[in-house]
Design a binder for this molecule. Sequence first.
Ligand SMILES: [Fe+2]
Ligand SMILES: [Fe+2]
Length: 276
Amino acid sequence: MAADAPIRIAHISDLHCGSRYHIPSLANRVIDELNELAPDMVVVTGDLTDAGFRQEFKQAHRLLSRLECERQMVLLGNHDARNVGDEHYAEYFGHRSQELTHGCLRVVGIDSSEPDLDSGRVGRNRYRWIEERFSEPDEFKVLAMHHHLVPVPRTGRERNIVFDAGDVLQTLSRSGCDLVLCGHKHVPNIWRLEDMLIVNAGTACTHRLRGRVRPCYNIIEVFDHSRVKVSLKEPFADPVLVEDFTAAEKRHCRWRSDDGSLGSAFQPRPEAEDLL
Ligand SMILES: [Fe+2]
Ligand SMILES: [Fe+2]
């Protein structure tokens, strides 16, 4: 992979189709922006719907079917697992565990949800499977799931982190996982743990928000095993580089606002404000 031609992943999350907080015009804008960006893959880390109802899945499927990107991964969230929503998910989006590869990149997506619970887990029976999927030493390894793996700042009381987070972290560390993509908290964040980046996406197109965080998604560029850039993208605004991780130099440049959060530095813009 040439240093000047990164693999680009668009990471969106928490669409909540069917919710009164879902903003259809903003959802369409996000899809238009992604089609213009033409990333190598799009990963959607769950909460496609608000209550797992068939009509909500239909709406989410109609929205996501507008994506022109060939490589798409769409995962279940806790809201999708309500009301036996996994049956509709299977009809519209297929298997609950998914895998994408492109160049040296392997993305393994898992269902971290449990029926009618907000909390999540990966589960002991999948640790070995994850290690097997990540057994190729030269690949850049990405795990995607809905629930967050480590606490996210500025999200209030901690809850719903995967029950078995410690064992999952050990599995990922042992597997040489490079990047973890999560959603759920509707607050963007990045942690570095050893040489692994853990990236949370905000909600792409709802005003189900916390504090001053605004709807947003992530654009991730993987240059090689030693360099990853993450940009935060608010619909209608230019992307803002928030992470430029260079492992070889142990350099970790992160942009944050004065209050320490990634998302709250975005000031309301008139054209975006009109949508809310
Ligand atoms: Fe959500
Ligand atoms: Fe969620």
